[in-house]
Write a protein that binds this ligand. Structure first.
Ligand SMILES: Nc1ncnc2c1ncn2[C@@H]1O[C@H](COP(=O)(O)OP(=O)(O)OP(=O)(O)O)[C@@H](O)[C@H]1O
Ligand SMILES: [Mg+2]
Length: 625
């Protein structure tokens, strides 16, 4: 395959085989459905009653044939007919109620599953999202949940009705003529075997179907997100091909289940036909020699048809149930995921911190034994600006990601005002830190919503004040609808510079003690950049700031500059100190800012910077550690 590993890696990790037993999956589904006990009990009772009523018509037929017709009792026949109509009406009423109750229980279960899934997935740490594709998550939350819904509303009602009916018909058949009944029951072990075998074959295959569906969604999600790239490189054809491949695999997986069904259904029907043949063979003979009434034989025949019907239905339902079990298992896999970053029991709240941040001999790796950060030590006094510089992939983003506990260090610790951040409640820690990410992300909704995301209870005045501080107010007012402008998914309706300023306003509104700025390598126009720069300068005032800096002005203002190289801090000091030292920093500085007039103030330097978009990270060849 021509394309890179992203999506493939997801598939490679998918578990192709079943992890848990069917009983375990059922037990867990049952636990969730337990809240719906009342509905289910009600449904079962109504089903039982309606099935009981269903036993009467064939018995009545027998009575008509054997007793009423021979004695020509017309009035009783009419009375019986009216009675039967009433009986059917009552039965349909009960069926309606039972189906409604089961559907309600089933829908509640589905609601509950989707809700739990979302809540748990939201709680999970970033590592989970790095491992798991968007398409896979969406697939489980929608498609897998949907399959369970179908199985429950259709399958569950029908299988309960079917099972109850089967038992009831069995009893009636025994009462009517136990010898014939035994003949019929003789076929049941064969049926049980056939359906067991097909169930086993199906469940495994349905698991594959669910996974293939996920793959289709994964390609879909990735290609929708990456549509700009696909268009820019005129690779729509390749995307389509990739989709087609997954889609084809999905089709094949579905056909694999269809072929099992295609065999199992006729086999089961054959077995039921065999039962029928046996009954007529022996029954007819006994009717002829007078040991069995014709009425009984006719009644029996209709009971057999009715008896085998739910059996055949159950086979069908079995397909649906197997599919649902596979889906349920996939949902449980996500429900069982636990966050890597967890809060300690008895964690304390970080209240009004001064903002003294320390990294003490911090080591970190994304993958085992491949340290990305090595022995990082930082002492950020309250109110200081700490600038991190270094070539791309040197570990700048990773370093700051440890502060809000997106990840936990492998060794060493990070403290705020002397508290190990792992002893703090995650909520209070994150409330006191705000992060402006390298890539700004806005949620679909209005500009107001997106700024207010920083603090949901903010007033309109506070929102506008934050926007003004971020130099966003003016451009917002120029948009149709102003603060009500819909930004589109991910903020697609705004320019990058605009998105950055909205993200800044969001951080300002939060008014955090500790601010983390992962500056995007600026590819915005010089004017916008100047605004962003001014906004940044304001935002940084009075806070402890970690800034991954690409702008000279920011770096110059920093109290400490840390130069990272392959996950180690190789130099530290102020701009002047580091320049004087003539080491790695000076080299970086000369590569990037050689063209810039020295001695001018930061803003002007940034604003007049040549447009080739060079930055600290781009100024060095990409190296990975
Ligand atoms: N989620 C991740 N999983 C595995 N490895 C990662 C992950 N994120 C980053 N890395 C690796 O860790 C190293 C440091 O990455 P990091 O994002 O911290 O670099 P950076 O200094 O911020 O670079 P840039 O200037 O390009 O933003 C890189 O080698 C990168 O490949
Ligand atoms: Mg980075």
């Amino acid at each position: 395959m021509r394309w890179g590993g992203g999506v493939n890696a997801v598939w490679a990790r998918e578990k192709p085989t079943l992890q848990t037993s069917m009983g375990e999956v059922l037990r867990r589904l049952g636990e969730i459905v337990a809240d719906q006990k009342r509905n289910l009990v009600f449904a079962t009772v109504t089903i039982l009653v309606s099935s009981g009523l269903q036993m009467i018509p064939p018995a009545a037929t027998r009575y008509v044939i054997d007793v009423l017709i021979p004695t020509a009792n017309e009035r009783l026949i009419i009375a019986l007919a009216i009675g039967l109509i009433m009986l059917h009406l009552a039965r349909y009423g009960l069926l309606y109620l039972s189906r409604y109750a089961v559907a309600l229980a089933a829908q509640q279960l589905v609601y509950e599953l989707a809700q739990r899934l979302f809540e748990n997935v939201q709680r999970l740490s970033l590592r989970f999202y790095e491992r798991t594709g968007t398409g896979d998550i969406i697939s489980r939350a929608t498609s897998d949940v949907g399959v369970i819904q179908q199985a429950l509303t259709g399958g569950m009602v029908n299988s309960v009705v079917g099972l109850v009916n089967m038992v009831a018909y069995a009893v009636v058949m025994v009462v009517l003529d136990w010898k014939l009944a035994l003949l019929v029951f003789g076929t049941l072990p064969m049926m049980a075997l056939a359906s067991y075998v097909s169930a086993e074959m199906l469940r495994e295959r349905y698991m594959t179907v669910r996974q293939k569906m996920s793959s289709v969604n994964a390609v879909l999600a990735e290609n929708i997100t990456g549509v700009r790239v696909a268009k820019a490189f005129a690779q729509e054809g390749a995307s389509t091909e990739r989709f087609q491949m997954r889609n084809r695999e999905n089709l094949d997986a579905n056909m694999a289940t269809a072929s099992v069904q295609a065999v199992s259904t006729p086999v089961i029907q054959m077995i039921s036909t065999l039962g029928m043949v046996l009954v007529f063979w022996f029954g007819a003979e006994r009717t002829m020699n007078g040991t069995l009434s014709l009425g009984t034989l006719v009644a029996f025949a209709s009971y057999i048809v009715a008896f085998y019907q739910p059996v055949a239905d159950l086979i069908q339902i079995n397909n649906t149930i197997q599919q649902a079990l596979a889906a349920a298992e996939r949902i449980f896999q996500f429900l069982d995921e636990r966050p890597d970053v967890v809060e300690k029991p008895g964690a304390i709240d970080l209240v009004a911190p001064r903002g003294h941040v320390r990294y003490e001999h911090v080591w970190f790796s994304y993958e085992k034994d491949k340290p990305v950060l090595q022995d990082i030590c930082i002492d950020a006094q309250p109110g200081q600006i700490i600038a991190l510089v270094g070539h791309t992939g040197s570990g700048k983003t990773t370093t700051v990601n440890l502060l809000p506990r997106f990840y936990d260090p492998d060794a060493g610790r990070v403290t705020i005002d002397g508290y190990d951040i792992r002893d703090l409640t995650i909520k209070s820690l994150r409330e006191n830190t705000a992060v402006v990410l390298q890539e700004t992300f806005l949620f679909s909704g209005t500009i107001r919503d997106n700024i207010a995301y920083g603090r949901l209870d903010a007033t309109e005045e506070e929102i506008i004040a934050a926007a003004k501080e971020a130099y966003a107010h003016d451009f917002i007012m120029r948009l149709p609808g102003g603060y009500n402008w819909q930004v589109g998914e991910g903020g697609a309706m705004l320019s990058r510079g605009q998105r950055q300023r909205i993200a800044l306003a969001r951080a300002i509104l939060r008014d955090p003690r500790i601010l983390i700025l992962d500056e995007a390598t600026s590819d915005v126009d010089t004017e916008t950049e100047m605004y962003i720069q001014r906004a940044l300068d304001r935002v940084m005032r009075g806070r402890t700031v970690f800034v991954i800096a690409h702008r000279l002005s920011t770096i110059r203002n920093a109290d400490q500059i840390l130069v990272l190289d392959h996950g180690r801090i190789i130099e530290r000091g102020t701009h002047a100190e580091l320049l004087a030292r003539g080491g790695h920093y000076r080299e970086l500085y000369e590569i990037q800012f050689a063209e810039q007039p020295a001695g001018r103030d930061g803003e002007v330097a940034a604003a007049t910077r040549p447009r080739q978009g060079r930055s600290w990270s781009e100024g060095q060849p990409a190296r990975t550690g």
